[in-house]
Design a protein around this ligand. Structure first.
Ligand code: B3K
Ligand code: ZN
Length: 871
């Protein structure tokens, strides 16, 4: 497979002014007729005689004509992935008819069938599986699409834009024509046909335009669409208020499908969603699920501007739309719920999943410089780190200048396909700031490390922070130039109050630009405790030698909510790292009083947000502790955490029990921030209580399981018991849960995931057995993620079993999936690629399995790229 480089970018020689498509959906094939108005691109220097189009090998060409003249085999050539017409005029109509087979499409890219519903996924390069085309984002065209199908079985026929005509044919078939007036790249094309039902609402935009909102699903799921509708309307209002962006078509549609490679897709006017990101109901969906629906609905809606109206020039610019849109959806969620909780959750994800990507063989900059398969670059780095980069611009510019920059960006580039440089240029122009050095965040991979020391001079009342920045080597570069890093800082007095700094502000943004810098604070009357990297103002690792006492102090007094949580995490890290070392050395494990005392104080403080109490009382995760280790000792980390949690449970049993009772809710269920917080703390308390060693707490969990009127409480009780020492109680609860929910596919997914992530011995054979269960389907990505993905990603102790059984299992599944669905196969393989982080025996076992995959027949580009780069 060949490597594609950003530096080789060239403007397209041809443009497509208009695209007319006609889909005839038949049982054993689909006919796709395309009529494209092509013209030479005036901006292209070269004038090739011929035309090169993208088209997957699976297309069966039936007819090809230029300006009505049918071409014969001598006029064109077809090879793997392209069709070349030897000679074309400057402006012409290209007609083609191809035959495709959606029913056989298990890759779920292009046009495929999801449980009897036709749907499409074209980003990034799926459109070339539908017809021959210039399938690149800088070719934007106006689309008119007619869909023809059997009326009884496919009553609903949808595509992008507004419906303009429809009719019935005499043979029981019908058709609908859709017109999308906004030029778009082919990756935003969508088509849906099926027996779907919908709910409907309207939205009136700020300028008074009426928009019809229609959400489609199978009839049995129609009662699970209200939350998505509420979220959609809230997103539309928020984008008007915060970014001044209005919706632009007469109709906005969302369709829920069960077979989908990722969360959702922002096709113009016709989003296609994984059911897991759009359906929600009290009985079947957890609070986290509700929040995910809200966030993903918003994310896809926000793409209408950041992605669709202004799109990417090429796929190296993917973060232009994804980083910005993730930042936008994160701010939306923060406004709708608790800002601090949202920030904590995002940082947890970034510091585990993204930092480990940045430290692994697939590390790449936010704007990658090369790729083999673009599908492999829909990553935590492009999305989440990309969002952090936009957040840093927001921090450096402040909200008003950032908004001015965003306005200018949309004004300058509406209807264009542009680059991350264009985005930054708009921010620079609107603010007058020079972001030249800042742009290194787009081109250099790796997680910067800040080493900070300080000194206080009482005679001069001066406090100094010395900051060194460095960045480890990554595959694209071993030497890194210094980053421009906004470091938000506050100083706490010994009484725990914020000291006034510049102009009386209590938080200042230090701008790091050099590898070593000293920042001096004058007029500091006493030695302060620094609160560093407030709000996690940059995606970096920070080292500062806090004492345990200082961390407890910050937990109690820091005015920055994020850093109060961070202090608890840091305290947890220090204590757990000591326990890990004790475990490794065979010493007795003893829990520090400091942690018990700090936890007790937080648990007894009823003025705190219960969600933040729950976050603070959750020890650093296995994944985060692994990420912080030079060599990951899975068993020691697990043992240390288990010991600490058990000891905390015994020491604070009474407090946990009281807090559990305080959090019981006696009013009707709402997925509101307030109730979500109470359930979160309640279930955290239950998790500790189950470790206190008293059967009465098992009874409490079982009672919560049977009495729950919502999925959050029901599922928490199930997972906690299944993962606990009460192994005898688990099977009955699991089978009760399954028989209750066997008809709810999404709930069954959580049932699979609870078993797959069970740290108790025997999880692998359980997973293998479940692969034969009626509930499992290797062709459905949600099932694969819930079972195989959860075992390999969320069950470190079992996945990393010393006999290599977990690794062998994963390699088997990757080989099987490589044929069915390369994108899913390639995502799944990630845990094996991190082999360098483990002990020598495991390293060898993991590499053996990577090699086995490598040696297996016919690797897809997706799997080939990831495996070859990590061996
Ligand atoms: N843009 C899509 C992701 C497409 C992934 C293609 N392999 C979803 C999103 O980020 O909104
Ligand atoms: Zn997106």
């Amino acid at each position: 497979p060949s490597v594609i480089y950003l530096k080789d970018y060239q403007v397209p020689p041809f443009l497509i002014e208009s695209t007319q498509l006609r889909f005839e959906l038949e049982d054993d094939r689909t006919l796709v007729k395309a009529e494209l108005r092509l013209t030479r691109n005036p901006e292209c220097q070269v004038k090739p005689r011929g035309l090169l189009m993208h088209g997957d090998e699976s297309l069966r060409l039936c007819r090809l004509a230029v300006d009505g003249q049918v071409l014969t085999a001598k006029d064109y050539s077809i090879d793997a992935g392209t069709l070349t017409i030897a000679e074309v005029p400057d402006q012409f109509i290209l007609e083609s008819v191809v035959e495709i087979d959606p029913a056989k499409n298990t890759a779920l890219e292009g046009l495929y069938l999801s449980d009897g519903v036709y749907c499409t996924q074209c980003e990034a390069e799926g459109f070339r599986r539908i017809t021959y085309y210039l399938d690149r984002p800088d070719v934007m065209s106006v689309f008119t699409t007619t869909v023809v199908a059997d009326k009884a079985r496919f009553p609903v026929l949808l595509s992008n834009g507004n419906p303009v005509a429809e009719g019935d044919d005499s043979d029981g078939r019908h058709w609908v024509t859709w017109e999308d007036p906004f030029p778009k790249p082919a990756y935003l094309f969508a088509l849906v046909a099926g027996d779907l039902k919908h709910i409907e609402d309207t939205f009136t935009t700020a300028s008074g335009k009426q928009v019809a909102l229609r959400l489609f699903a199978e009839e049995k799921d129609l009662d699970k669409l209200d939350h998505a509708m509420t979220s959609l309307k809230a997103s539309m209002r928020w984008d008007e208020q915060v970014y001044g962006r209005e919706y632009d078509l007469e109709i906005y549609m969302i369709v829920a499908v069960d077979f989908f490679n990722m969360g959702a897709m922002e096709n113009k006017g016709l989003n296609v969603f994984n059911t897991s990101c759009v359906l929600a109901s009290q009985k079947t969906t957890t609070d986290a699920g509700f929040q995910r629906v809200e966030a993903v609905v918003a994310h896809e809606y926000f793409h209408n501007w950041s992605g669709n109206r202004v799109t990417c020039r090429d796929w190296f610019q993917l973060s232009l739309k994804e980083g910005f849109t993730v930042f936008r959806d994160a701010e939306f969620s923060a406004d709708m719920n608790s800002r601090t909780v949202k920030r904590v959750e995002d940082v947890q994800l970034l510091r585990t999943a993204q930092f480990s990507e940045d430290a692994g063989p697939m590390a790449h900059p936010v704007r990658p410089a090369s790729f083999i398969e673009i599908s492999n670059f829909y990553t935590m780095t492009v999305y989440e780190k990309g969002a952090e980069v936009v957040r840093m611009i927001h921090t450096l510019l402040g909200p008003d200048q950032f908004r001015a920059g965003s306005d200018l960006y949309f004004e300058r580039h509406d209807g264009q396909a542009v680059t991350t440089d264009d985005f930054v240029a708009a921010m620079e122009a609107a603010s007058g700031r020079d972001l030249t050095q800042f742009k290194r965040w787009y081109s250099q991979a790796g997680t910067p490390v800040l080493d900070i020391t300080d000194e206080y001079d009482p005679s001069e009342s001066v406090y100094r922070l010395r900051v060194k920045q460095s960045c480890p080597p990554t595959p694209e570069a071993s030497e890194k130039a210094p980053f421009h890093i906004p470091l938000q800082v506050g100083l706490l007095s010994p009484e725990g109050t914020d000291m006034p700094l510049e102009n009386g502000a209590t938080t200042v943004t230090l701008e790091l630009t050099e590898s070593e810098q000293t920042f001096t604070f004058t007029g500091i009357p006493q030695k302060p405790v620094p609160s560093l990297l407030r709000g996690f103002s940059a995606p970096v690792k920070l080292n500062y030698a806090y004492s345990q006492a200082e961390l407890v102090f910050l937990m109690q007094h820091d005015s920055d909510g994020f850093n109060r949580w961070e202090a608890a995490q840091k305290l947890g890290v220090i204590i757990l790292q000591a326990l890990i070392a004790d475990y490794q050395a065979g010493r007795e494990l003893i829990l520090s009083d400091a942690l018990v005392g700090a936890y007790r104080a937080v648990l007894n403080d009823t003025t705190l947000d219960p969600a933040m109490v729950a976050k603070v009382l959750t020890l650093p995760s296995q994944a985060y502790l692994g990420e912080l280790s030079t060599q990951i000792d899975v068993d020691a980390i697990h043992a240390a955490r288990e010991f600490a949690m058990n000891a905390l449970a015994c020491a604070l049993e009474a407090e946990f029990s009281q807090a559990y009772k305080r959090c019981l809710i006696d009013v009707a269920y709402q997925p509101s921030a307030e109730q979500v917080a109470q359930r979160m703390l309640k279930n955290l308390c239950l998790s500790y209580l189950l470790r206190a060693g008293k059967p009465e707490y098992l009874a409490l969990a079982q009672q919560q399981f049977s009495d729950a009127d919502n999925m959050t409480d029901e599922q928490a009780a199930l997972a906690l018991v299944v993962h606990s020492n009460y192994q005898d109680a688990a099977p009955a609860m699991l089978s009760q849960f399954y028989s209750r929910w066997s008809q709810e596919s999404l709930v069954v997914n959580s049932w699979l995931a609870v078993q797959a992530s069970n740290p108790c011995p025997g999880a692998l054979s359980q997973v293998e057995a479940l692969m034969q269960h009626e509930a499992f389907n290797m062709k459905n990505p949600n099932k694969v993620r819930s079972l195989i993905g959860a075992f390999c990603g969320q069950n470190p102790v079992n996945f990393h079993a010393k006999d290599g059984s977990g690794y062998r299992f994963l390699a088997d599944q990757v080989v099987a999936l490589n044929e069915l669905n390369p994108q899913i196969a390639s995502r799944l393989v990630a845990p094996l690629t991190k082999w360098k982080r483990y002990d020598e025996t495991r390293q060898q076992l993991m590499r053996d399995q990577l090699q086995r995959i490598m040696d297996s027949a016919e690797l897809s580009r997706d799997v080939y790229e990831v495996v070859s780069k990590s061996i």
